[in-house]
Each structure stands twice: as C-alpha cells, then as structure tokens.
Ligand binder design. Sequence first.
Ligand code: NAD
Ligand code: ZN
Length: 361
Amino acid sequence: MHQVTVPIRDAPYQVLIGSGILDQAHGFLAGRPADSPVAVVADANVAERYAGEVRDGVTAAGRKACLLLVPPGESSKNLSELERLYDGFASIPLDRRSTVAAVGGGVIGDLAGFAAATYLRGLDLVQIPTTLLAQVDASIGGKTGVNLLQGKNLVGAFHQPRLVVADVATLRTLPPRELRSGLAEVIKYGVIADPALLEQLASERDAIQRAQPEAVEGLVVRSCQIKAEVVAADERETGRRAILNFGHTLAHALEAATVYHEYLHGEAVAIGMVAAARLSCRLSGMSPEVSRQLEELLRSYDLPVALRTPVDPARLMEAARRDKKARGGALTFVLARSPGDVDLFQVDESRVLEVLEELMP
Ligand SMILES: NC(=O)c1ccc[n+]([C@@H]2O[C@H](COP(=O)([O-])OP(=O)(O)OC[C@H]3O[C@@H](n4cnc5c(N)ncnc54)[C@H](O)[C@@H]3O)[C@@H](O)[C@H]2O)c1
Ligand SMILES: [Zn+2]
C-alpha cells in the first residue's frame, strides 16, 4: 500500500492507495467516536460491491453505520438529492462527531462531500473513490458541490476529507469507457508535471487498459502526488492550482454545448488537451512533435482527439466565455512549453477558433 500526504496547512491528510484495501476505510471509521454514527453514501452501482463492505466493517467494529443510496449518474448531483441526503442524515440521526463516507465516483464524492461540508455546519468526511477519475482527481483537494440547471458545480464548498482510500481493485468492475475517461486526467498530469508518467502510459498500455492493479496503482500514486503538491501550494485556487485545468477550458465548453450527453468528462478533456497542445505550438513554443505524441497517446487509449459531431463554434465560444474560469471576456488557457512546463495564457478568440476549425469532423 502507498501513502500520499496532502499537506494542507490546517489538517493534512493521507491518501491510501493499494489493491484490496477497503478495510483501511472501515478501520479508520471505526476508530472515531464509537457512540456517534457513520453515514455511508453510495450509488447503486457500488452499493453492494463496495459500500456494503464498508458499512458492515464499521458495524462489526461496534460503530453504527447506515447506507444511504443515490441514483447513479451526473443528474443526481443536484439540490433535491442533497436534500434527500440531509433527510437521511437527520433520520439516522447524525451528530456533530459523525462521519460521512462517500463510496463511488466523483458524483458521489462531490454530493456527499457537500452534504458533509454543510450538515450541522460541517462533519468529518472520508472519501472512498471507486472510479479512476475520482481516485486521481475528484477525491483529493476538497472541492465539493452540486449542479444547478444554470450550470455545473455552481453551488459548493471547500471541505477537505480526513482520509482518502483509493482501492484500485475496485476499478476492475468499472466500465472500460469510464476507465479511459479517468486515464485522460492521468495523461493531463503527465503533461503538466511529469514527462516520465507519459512514457509509462505509453509503455504499459496493455496492462493499464486491463485495469491490472499493479499497473494502475503506480499511475494513481503519481497522479495523487502531483495533485496533492499543486493543491497544497494553492488550496483555494487563487493561482497555481489553475494548471490542473490543462485541456479543461475547451472541455467544459464542449460538455456544456453538448448538454453533457455526448462526451464523458475525460473524453472532453482529451479533445481539450489536443486543442491546448495545438495552441501551445502556436503560442508557447511547444514543438509540433510533442503535440503529435500527445495525440498519438490519446488515440492509443481510444480517447477522442477531435469532435465526433459538429458543434457550432459560436456556441462553443459562448460556453467558454461563460465558464467561471473566464476572466473579463478573455479566454484563459493553460498552455505548455514542454511536458512539465506549463503556465496560464490569455488567448485571443480568433486563435481558438482556428484550432476549433481543425478539430471539427
Ligand atoms: N471535486 C473535484 O475536484 C472534482 C474533480 C473532477 C471531477 N469532479 C466531478 O466528478 C464527477 C464525475 O465523476 P466520475 O467520472 O467518477 O463519474 P460518476 O461518479 O458518475 O461514476 C461513473 C459511473 O461509474 C459507476 N461506478 C463507479 N465506480 C464503479 C465501480 N468501481 N465499478 C462499476 N461501476 C462504478 C457509477 O455508478 C457511474 O455510473 C463530475 O460530477 C465532476 O464534476 C469533481
Ligand atoms: Zn477534469
């Protein structure tokens, strides 16, 4: 088992990464005040497989634990599911020393995390991510929240977990498309911080695609180290943390313009990274060879490197402008000079349109 520390100033915490380590979660949960209950939040796809084990482990150790279910999917990350969780918390009932355990992908982590951030003005939270995307990204860093009809993640809070347990064995049951979506974020970490990670992704592709725990574990560890480092340096995203958004300016716009139906997040990020790399060749001195290698790597993982269906460029630009990361109408992009060397750039819309043109089907 590996341990990565997220060195947040007030309350540093550990990310435990390994295969078959769910018992680390119940061990930790059971060790908290025995007379106050735990709420285990999960969706139906992970409830029986994993969340039940966590609940039973806590109960066996003598602390009351209840399982609360949320329907699977992004559409559950909303205010009415949040209210249903509050109802569940109240009927258990949770108290101030209770812990919320989020077992599942980023949807459960964000929703249960926000419920934990706000119920009784804040309860302890343990993240038990079961998708690759959540293990390398969503479960770390303390961003929690829900969507509104007007947009994604518009309501939320920073609420750091006490512990993250990433059991890579859970990825074996993850649909391959979801695994690939998470791999796009791993590729992103390679581009922003670690060229060696890109080499590893290229050389161990077969084992990684089969979700072999030994192969995936190393990727999760390295991704968590990078995210932990960036987050600790800039907990509230006032500066450097924005480099985690490499590929995300266009990804968010594409997701919004296609109403979240056509692309999984990681797929949109893959296309966004191709666009960012091509802009990097024009504006920040990336060599075309590096950009080509990135496209090749994405393609080798069956991730999209261009739009699958046409989208009106004007609609995409409008969505990009609306994204909360846009400042004063200018489009902010994370661009790379070379892998591991990235910065924020203001990019003229005409340059973005040029690249979009190239990526249309
Ligand atoms: N808080 C953050 O910093 C942060 C960062 C990135 C993304 N996010 C959020 O994360 C969400 C996306 O997360 P996601 O990609 O994990 O999606 P998700 O939570 O919807 O999970 C994807 C699908 O996989 C299923 N699933 C989960 N684990 C499984 C397993 N082990 N076996 C079989 N099926 C399993 C889920 O039920 C779901 O159907 C978005 O809402 C996004 O905004 C948050
Ligand atoms: Zn992302």
